[in-house]
Each structure stands twice: as structure tokens, then as C-alpha cells.
Design a protein around this ligand. Sequence first.
Ligand code: PEP
Ligand code: MG
Length: 550
Amino acid sequence: MSKVLQGAGGAAGLALGPAFHWRRAAVTVDPPGETTEMTLARFRKAQHQAAARLRALAERQRAAGLREADLFDAQALLVEDDTLTDGVTALVLEGQSLTAAIQTVVAQMQAVLADLDDPYLRERAADMAAVGVELLRVLAGDSSPAPIPPGAIVLADDLTPAETVDLPNHVAGFATAGGGPTGHTIILARARGVPAVVGLGESILHVSDGSLLLIDGDAATVLIDPDDADVQVAQERMATLHAARHRQAALRDQPGRLRDGRPVALWANIGRPAEARLAREHGAEGIGLFRTEFLFLDRDAPPDEEEQYAAYRAVIAELPDCPIVIRTLDIGGDKPLPYLPLVPEANPFLGVRGLRVCMQRPDLLQTQLRALLRAAAHGDIWIMLPMVATLADLVWAREQLRQAAQELASAGIDHRPDPPLGVMIETPAAAVMADQLAREAAFFSIGSNDLAQYTLAVDRGHPALAARYQASDPAVWRMMDLAVRAAQQAGIPIGICGELGGDPAAAPALVGLGLNELSMSPALIPAVKERLAQITWAEAQEAAARALGR
Ligand code: PEP
Ligand code: MG
């Protein structure tokens, strides 16, 4: 008998496959009293073990006639690469923990590979990330989880954003007990185009390994043990989706525009430099939001200036002539940092979050701004501030930027001192005071996820209130309208980078409202582009008037 579970939110698409219970690898710390030599010996042993495991995986895949075999072979070579060995050795000798040293060198090598002209070598950037995960998994020893079989549907209590990003490409989809409709896990699943359902409750954890599951990301449901008729309907829908993807792929190299030719910039949201390639592949004409906090999550120390600089350069390398909007660290709320314990708060979304964290720790912001200003000398970087609520917030951040530029100039370090500095419109205060902010900001980008939660007074991750959390509510649109009018008055560009920006059904009204740019998960760009090409400017304006409830 099949059984349906309803989740709180999903990432679009259907997936059919066997259930696989995912387990988190234990984080390793260097054993107390271990000498540097012992740490390095442990590292070399882990390299050999990881390479052997990857080669065995390649053999298994080859025997099963699966094409991932070559991928694991390539990773087995990378795991014992001299650059990795030398880099990690040097950092361990400088006193870094083995885990931190591996994470740093892997990130640097990833950035370098992503920068290369040769497409084959560029592909190795993603493998490098997998190599890092593999090494840390081996170091975790017996507690290391089994590899996820290709085509499986991953089940977990919850996945962190980094864990979501690190799921191998061969998973068919995932389903979690926890999580809400606009949590960062589901946002990242959308970015990758992976069908997923979150907020299913404990029952999903009782499904046995290997049971057949049908995930419907649009309906946010999981069907356990579907019968033949269910499977047939699902396969027909998958074929229709496939055909739509094929049709939309034909528009890939066309710029975003309405039927009557009016241009609309379609940009991508990313959380990791490696996703910039995904953005390019889906036809993004820029990056409208790089959520840099993902560089800071799931590690034991913040990334230093060099690592951040390499990450920003890697994005520029992927989209060299495009605007790249990089948001400064936005943590707190649903994104805590293990090495920066924040005082427990009754209302984290109303607490020390986003720019407010940087006000408490200006050193973190200074490091990031230095890396950004240096990278801005090589590409069209725009710096964006999260959680701005007052003009004073923007003025404070601008002073921080001036300070970072001055220090780089005194040290004779190459940088661009004055990249555009813009703000997210994601608090009602910013929307209402947008006329003031517009006189001081270089651009606006609407963060509709937060703007909706703060305007409607509904926690964006609350499973029981999901029906009340609607970015399509006219109250949210009237807030957005205030920001658009202010931006137009001041002559600055305004876009949107919240989830609403990737909804094909909302796209006409967003353009009709006056937004110049829509930024979304890369996988959503083709569908939004197709929708916009079907409508005229007059129709877009009518859609906006309806959305405003006027
Ligand atoms: C938003 O709030 O709409 C946004 C884009 O930021 P985040 O989802 O990262 O909070
Ligand atoms: Mg936000």
C-alpha cells in the first residue's frame, strides 16, 4: 500500500528512486598531544585510503556500466596531487589543524582550477570539492557514512546548506524531516535543480532503506511505495518536464526580454563559487546574489582574506564580463556559525543578524571587504549589504569600506576603492525609507524572503504557518513598490533576489512593477525567460497592478 507524506516546502521537479538514509560524518579534531609529524602521517594515510576507496568506487561503477566511473578515477588522482599534499603540509607546519588545512587548500585549488581556460581542467574544480569531503570522511574513520548510491533519494533529519551543496550530483532527490519552505536548504536544492521536499516530520525517517519513493517537489509530497499506476503518471510528467527543459534550453543564449523586446536582466543566485558555472550554463547574464555566508559555514574558523579573494576571483573567472553582486556576510537567523557563538536570542530573525553581526565583529567585515576590493580590480563586483534597516546602517558600512580601501592603498595592494555599494530591501523599514536610502546607495535588490516574513509577521521557516507566508501578498508588493519608486526617482537600478524572483508566474508582475533585474536559482532562469518572452510591457504593467491589489 502506498502512503503519502506532506512536507512544508519543496524544490520543483519529480524524482523516483530507492530511499537511502544519509548519515553525517563525525567532525575530526586533531588528537590532543599529537605532534606535527604524527598529524602529517595521518594525513598521508588518509590520502592513500581515500584514493583506494575512490578507485574501488570507480571499479564498481564501471562494472555496473555507469558513467560516474571516470569521475571517481579523476578524484582518486586529485586526492594524492602534489599541490594538495604540499599545501596541507605547509599549513599544518604553520600550526593549523588538519581539517582546517585541508579545507583551506581544497578551496584554493578549487578556485585556481575554476580560473583555467581548459574546460576539462575547469571541470576538476567540482571534483576538488568532492576530494575534500572524501578526505575528511576518511579522517572521521569508522563513523564515516557509506557513499550514496547513484539515483538514490536521500533521507535525513535535516541537511545543513553546506551538506546540501555537497550532495553528489548523482542523487535523484532528497527528503528531510526538518526545514521550512524558504530555508536555505531548499533554496540550495532549487539552485541545483534537485527535486526535494523538506519539513516532512519524523515519519520520513521510518521509511526503510531501498523502499521506492516518488518525490513531488511542486506539491511538496513524498509517495512511499507508489503503485504501478502512480509510477506511470509520474513518468509521463517527468517526460513533459523534460520536454519543457529541452524547449527552454533553446533560449539559453538569448538575453532576457519581453515579447515586445523590452530587456529584463536575468541573473543568478549562488552560494558557492562552483555554482557560478551552473549560472553560466543556465544562461545567467550576471550574479544577482552571492550568499557569501556559505564560505563561512560548516568549518572551524572563518575563511581568511586569501581564501575569500580566491573565491571571488573564481566567480569572476566564470562570468568575466558580467556584474557580480556579492553580499557581505549574512549570518544569524537560520544560519549560525559554530566558531562565532551568538548569544541565544528569543527572536533570532529580529536579533543580531546580517550587518548587525558585522557591527559586533568589524574584523570579520574588514577581512571580507579587503578581499572584495582586491577582487573588484579584476571584475565588475557590486557589494551588497544584508539586513539594512536604517540609513545609519548604510553610512556605517560605507565608512568600513572606505577604511578597508585606505588600508589597502597604504599597503600598496592592488584594489578598486569604489565598487558600487548597494542595499537589500528586506526589512519594512528599508522599504518605507527607500527614498532616503536611494540617495546614498548605488543599487537596491529586494530580498522578498525576509521582506515577506517581516511585513506579514510570519517566520519564514514555520511549518505550521506556511500558508500565511506568501510573498504574493499585496502587502509585500506594496512594500516593493515603495522601493521601486524610490529607486526610479534616484535613478539607481533595482532588482530582486528573493525566491519570488524565480517564480515564472510572478515574473510578469515583477517586471511590470519596474524591476530592472530578476535574480534566481540558476535552474529557474530558463522557465522565467520563457514566460517573459510570452508577454508585452502593457501586459506586465497590468499584472503588476493586479499584484498590488489596486
Ligand atoms: C531574502 O531575504 O529574500 C534574501 C534573498 O536573502 P536570504 O534568503 O539569504 O535571507
Ligand atoms: Mg534575507
